[in-house]
Design a protein around this ligand. Structure first.
Ligand SMILES: [Fe+2]
Ligand SMILES: [Fe+2]
Length: 195
């Protein structure tokens, strides 16, 4: 991606994920990163943080169940009962730790954004909100709400688009399985804050 050339460390991170991720995930991650770079200036987010969060958020997606639990334990992350049953839920927290400890990404905002990108959480900062939005809305996503979320971004700006994306994501999650209470809490918090 041409835009990455001028952003500190972005090409290095791209090299790492290019080796590690399946093509489909790599496309998704590049779609997320592009959308992050698009919304960053309006939100006052640095391009460096936007690129790091976008590029690294699914860094640990390829880990197998046992590897994910082992990595989470190594990093001394709290592991809930639900996460033990479904270790894939830990791919955000584990990636946040790897980015910090092994790639020396020092930004707390990047850590928080990657850690919480799957569920969000009440009080999540702007970078995390941008990642939550972009993870759902990037153009390679086939959710019915993704295209509408991008259209809203253009027509009405980030906040409206984020609320729409969060509502749509909640619907998608509800249709699949038990919803992580954090996803609901984040959605409630967003509506209280921005409506
Ligand atoms: Fe993810
Ligand atoms: Fe993702």
């Amino acid at each position: 991606m041409e835009a990455l050339k001028s952003i500190p460390r972005a090409e290095e991170f791209f090299g790492i994920i290019e080796d590690r991720l399946k093509p489909k995930t790599l496309h998704h991650v590049l779609g997320v990163t592009e959308l992050m770079l698009r919304v960053a200036p309006d939100l006052g987010i640095s391009l460096e943080d936007a690129a790091a969060a976008g590029l690294l958020h699914d860094l640990c997606k390829p880990l197998k169940r046992a590897e994910m639990i082992a990595a989470a334990e190594d990093y001394r992350l709290p592991i809930s009962e639900t996460q033990r049953e479904k270790p894939a839920l830990l791919h955000g927290p584990v990636a946040a730790e790897e980015a910090k400890r092994e790639l020396n990404v020092e930004s707390d905002a990047v850590y928080e954004a990657i850690y919480w990108h799957t569920t969000g959480k009440p009080g999540l900062g702007l970078l995390g909100q941008a990642l939550y939005f972009a993870d759902f809305s990037e153009p390679n996503r086939t959710y019915s709400g993704s295209a509408e979320a991008r259209a809203l971004l253009k027509a009405e700006g980030f906040t409206k688009a984020l609320l729409y994306a969060a509502d749509s994501k909640l619907e998608v999650v509800q249709s699949k399985a038990a919803v992580d209470p954090m996803t609901e809490a984040f959605n409630d918090w967003l509506h209280e804050r921005y409506e």
